[in-house]
Design a protein around this ligand. Structure first.
Ligand code: SF4
Ligand code: SF4
Ligand SMILES: [Zn+2]
Length: 504
């Protein structure tokens, strides 16, 4: 995505031209994953603390020269949370949670270094990226400036991690806060286009369901649906592992689907949910949603945006979700950036989840495997009792201090760069066929054959989660296990749906 900035008004723009002064916006070179959003008070507080600790008192004022300039935080690719700090039309540096020291750090960019160079130690030489430019001892600063770049402390050496291009920081002429004036028409346009889309969907498909997750994007959809004049109801799905602030948002819903205590019932059998083993999505979201919405609507609206992640970059605006047969899903703000959504929220005074202002970038289950360690530390701080329950579970099932500290349960196949922190878990292995109860095997074999690995795995490890029985009437849950009745026509669908098979 592109981010533009008006040099005159010193504000970000969501279209090419500034609506306040007419100037063409200058493109800010942000990362591909960035999707920046406004930095809130809690974000700036963190930035200030980190800057002053690392570079001395007064550093925050040096970096953000205009105390009242707009500051945006974008996402940068990294092992844990990393924000591009964007202000005055430039990326000033990265604020990131360093897993090695388990603390937040700030690494200035070229534009940022120009502003705080008097606070940084120097290495008086020119060097290329990757070159070792000095020894580092304990207590030495994390970053030093060279004549043409920045060196990072890696182990006991300083290594050049970035060579500057010689581009000067942008001169800020004025510091007026014209954020809304500079973007108002475009926000209005985007809003009316999305509302019109919703209206058309309603005319075509009848009563709509707004899937409200408690996040800002779905709060925008709710507001747009209201303005469109369509007939809709609001649905909230409670996974049972939401933060109280999110559950609070469910007051806005007409129907609340609930997974009850499913998570705690099935986690001993499935193991922790993982990025490459999201049984949680099926059991806690898709199944309760399908049960609640079956026969209620032909279309749901979701707040999904394609800039949210690289995975979603190519997603369509209307699609059929395999897990919601007969119900179309539409994403009216698919092309919006986070900045579009936030400008809409702020200018239309849409009420959003408090968690955003406590430093959470995304709203979701509190132990979501997609979350970062820095998010978990925040959960632990705000709701220690919730985090304790999860940690207690992990420790009681054999995870070590280290595996918990670095969240290694978040993968089945732990990525290489995380393996320095420890091992992952054992996969569910296909147990030897002789150990599988024969009766179970023969029952499940009706769906395929007794040699099918899917059948063997289901026969050995069925958790009784009911995912398969939700989608096929030929399956019943008996004594906590899936039982295939005579109505089965061997279509094999259930073998593709079972969460046990997700990582095979
Ligand atoms: S076989 Fe059915 S009930 Fe058992 S774990 Fe798989 S989906 Fe759940
Ligand atoms: S999904 Fe297909 S194979 Fe599985 S129980 Fe139903 S009819 Fe049989
Ligand atoms: Zn302007």
């Amino acid at each position: 995505m592109k981010l533009r900035w008006c040099r005159n008004c010193n504000v970000p723009l969501i279209s090419d031209r500034c609506e306040s002064c007419g100037e063409l916006g200058l493109e800010v070179p942000i990362s591909r994953t960035s999707d920046p959003r406004p930095a809130w008070e809690s974000d700036l507080k963190l930035l200030r603390e980190v800057l002053e600790k690392e570079y001395g008192a007064g550093c925050y004022a040096d970096l953000l020269r205009n105390g009242d300039s707009v500051v945006l935080f974008g996402r940068a690719p990294y092992m844990d949370t990393s924000y591009e700090v964007i202000s005055d039309g430039a990326v000033l540096g990265h604020l990131f949670f360093d897993l090695f020291s388990f603390s937040w750090k700030f690494k200035p960019s070229e534009a940022g270094a120009v502003r705080i160079e008097h606070r940084m130690e120097k290495i008086n030489r020119v060097a290329d990226k990757g070159e070792v430019v000095g020894e580092a001892k304990e207590g030495d600063p994390d970053f030093k400036l060279t004549l043409n770049g920045i060196a990072c402390k890696i182990g006991n050496k300083y290594v050049i991690t970035r060579v500057f291009k010689g581009r000067k920081a942008i001169d800020v002429k004025q510091d007026r806060k014209l954020l809304f004036e500079a973007n108002e028409r475009e926000i209005g346009l985007k809003g009316s286009r999305a509302s019109l889309f919703i209206y058309r969907m309603w005319r075509k498909h009848g009563k709509l369901v707004v899937s409200f997750s408690g996040g800002k994007d779905s709060a925008v959809i709710l507001d747009l649906a209201e303005k469109s004049g369509c007939d809709y109801i609001v649905y909230f799905n409670d996974t049972g592992i939401e933060m109280p602030e999110t559950v609070e948002q469910s007051k806005k819903a007409d129907i609340v689907g609930s997974a009850g205590d499913s998570f705690w019932r099935y986690v001993p059998k499935f193991g922790p949910p993982a990025r490459d083993y999201r049984w949680c999505c099926k059991v806690l979201k898709l199944v309760p949603t399908y049960k609640a919405l079956k026969g209620v609507t032909k279309m749901t609206l979701v707040g999904q945006r394609r800039f949210e992640s690289l995975d979603r970059m190519r997603s369509k605006k209307v699609w059929m979700n395999d897990w919601l047969p007969g119900i179309l899903t539409a994403a009216p703000i698919n092309e919006w950036t986070a900045l579009d959504a936030w400008l809409y929220v702020m200018s239309r005074k849409v009420e959003v989840n408090k968690l955003y202002f406590m430093g959470f970038e995304r709203i979701g289950c509190y132990l979501c495997p997609s979350a970062r360690i820095s998010d978990f530390l925040k959960v632990k701080e705000i709701h220690p009792e919730l985090w304790k329950r999860w940690e207690d579970f992990l420790f009681s099932t054999g995870w070590s201090e280290n595996q918990v500290k670095y969240g290694l349960w978040r993968w089945i196949d732990v990525p290489k760069r995380f393996r320095i922190f420890g091992e992952g878990r054992k996969r569910i292995e296909l147990s030897e066929a002789s150990k599988i109860p024969r009766e179970r095997l023969m029952n499940l074999a009706k769906t395929s054959s007794p040699e099918d690995p899917a059948v063997m795995i289901r026969a050995s490890f069925c958790a009784g989660c009911g995912v398969c029985s939700t989608y096929c009437d030929a399956i019943e849950i008996r004594n906590g296990l899936a039982f295939i009745t005579d109505r089965c026509n061997s279509c094999g669908l259930c073998n593709r749906l079972c969460p046990l098979l997700l990582h095979h």
